[in-house]
Design a protein around this ligand. Sequence first.
Ligand code: FDA
Length: 309
Amino acid sequence: MLRRVLLTAARSNRIKRTVVRAPLSRGMIDRFVAGESLEDAMVATRQLVAHGLLVSIDRLGESTTDGVQAQATADAYVQLLDAIAAAGLSEFAEVSLKLSSLGQALMSDGEQIALDHARTVCAAAKAAGTTVTLDMEDHTTTDATLGALRQLRADFPDVGAVLQAYLRRTESDCRDLAGEGSRIRLCKGAYREPSSVAYQAQAEVDLSYVRCLRVLMHGKGYPMVATHDPRLVAIAAAMALQAGRERNEYEYQMLFGVRPDEQRRLATRGEKVRVYLPYGTEWYPYLTRRLAERPANLAFFLRAVASRR
Ligand code: FDA
């Protein structure tokens, strides 16, 4: 119930205006977001890399309905990729990209505009010696995002994509995308979805995650196991072993600020662990989804608000 309310709030401009103006403690935002500037993202990236972690940097922003904004987002990603290369971090840091931030939802020709911008970002990533992973948004965009993935991979085969285990279609998508070299990040899914397309019970989502992971681990691609769930992390380790995968043939991924001790513990054990690191001013929908995932995060949020009174 609470999750549904928060996920609805994530899409509400009225609630957004109220929350963004509220005197929140920086601590709440800083826990999940690197900061507002490119420099903040680079500082946080260096710190994570110093702890043996890999990074996927996300410039916050989504649901752009303004062509100028979409162009500005593409430019900002090119700048980010230049900064990664200049800092000598290409081996450790890639970028995560939401097609909606590049104009996918623009009224006329949004999909083509987003694809063109994504091509520019992929070319910049190639020049920088690193990769791009396309985030997955709500189910109305899944086909368009996978279509864009196919087109981008024709020129940039290392472009990764995200599949969401809560969608009923995902096991089949995993089969389609488990081919040679295919980088697939498997997560549970973070949006409010109807039961016609998505499993609603947590146990059903978890079971779907295991089925999807089995397909990816036994396939020929590169699985990216994006979860903080200790049971799924343990299952992934067992499956990787069973599938005969070496430690550099898959990786774990977790969000910045979520289970940081576990991130380091896995890395210390010799596992590849990548931290999803968001930065920028458009933190509201991202933060609200994190609150929806975990009541303890909400308590932290409310304490932060109360502490300012
Ligand atoms: P879940 O939230 O169900 O938690 C399971 C268990 O993990 C908990 O019971 C607890 O034991 C442990 N746990 C979780 N949070 C914890 C915390 N803060 N402290 C301690 N223990 C904790 N979604 C999407 O729709 N599209 C996308 O593109 C992406 N991209 C993405 C990238 C990466 C790298 C990650 C890690 C996640 C995403 N997601 C996403 C978000 C994803 O779909 C999902 O909402 C969150 O990862 C939360 O799901 P979990 O698998 O962590 O399990």
